[in-house]
Design a protein around this ligand. Structure first.
Ligand SMILES: Cc1cc2nc3c(=O)[nH]c(=O)nc-3n(C[C@H](O)[C@H](O)[C@H](O)COP(=O)(O)O)c2cc1C
Length: 174
């Protein structure tokens, strides 16, 4: 089935939902994050592959952990290829291995796992070969399981927290 070329990726959906809810946000690749001092908070996402987040996303968190530990941070991982019926356990077991260490290093406010999508056009030769095995095909269906309501709801809950934080700050100001 594949992923339609015009689909907005989860990170853009999150940035747009935050902005619509009054919290200006931009979705950027970690390599283009620029000067981090100007950000009030961070939402950092990565796809999961073989139970790990992408190396560049992990390197970003670890190299900026001193700053991130003092800012509100929300983490999300995309990955599990499954259905709603199996959803709860799939999402729990899909937590990438790095998240435990991130909890200690930067104290994120939340880590949320979103269902993923398998785009056959982006598989490596080795992955395509592996998927010739029926068991591997069953584990990696070529489908888009992304749940946009879940993604938007999560982004709205972040916007709410930030709005409450802004209100508290405004009250405290003399
Ligand atoms: C070889 C391979 C390994 C994968 N391993 C995992 C995994 O360990 N956990 C998981 O939740 N999803 C896993 N996935 C699913 C991907 O994370 C999912 O397809 C995701 O939506 C990819 O996002 P991207 O297109 O932004 O890279 C795997 C997919 C492939 C092709």
């Amino acid at each position: 089935m594949g992923i339609p070329a015009n689909t907005v990726p989860p990170q853009r959906c999150i940035a747009e939902t935050l902005t619509l809810a009054g919290q200006h946000a931009e979705a950027r690749p970690v390599q283009q994050a620029g000067d981090l001092g100007g950000y009030e908070g961070f939402v950092i996402g990565s796809a999961a592959y073989s139970m790990h987040r992408r190396k560049d996303a992990t390197a970003f968190v670890m190299s900026t952990r001193d700053l991130l530990a003092h800012r509100p941070v929300w983490l999300f991982s995309t990955g599990p290829l499954g259905t709603d019926a199996k959803g709860v356990s799939l999402r729990t077991t899909a937590e990438p291995k790095e998240i435990r260490g991130f909890r200690t290093a930067i104290h994120p406010r939340d880590h949320h796992v979103f269902f993923g999508a398998l785009d056959p056009g982006r598989l490596t030769f080795a992955e395509k070969t592996l998927r010739k095995l029926p068991a591997a095909r069953a584990m990696m269906p070529e489908r888009d399981f992304r749940d946009w309501t879940d993604i938007e709801d999560w982004a709205r809950s972040i916007a709410e927290e930030l709005t409450q934080q802004d209100a508290r700050r405004a009250e405290e100001e003399p």
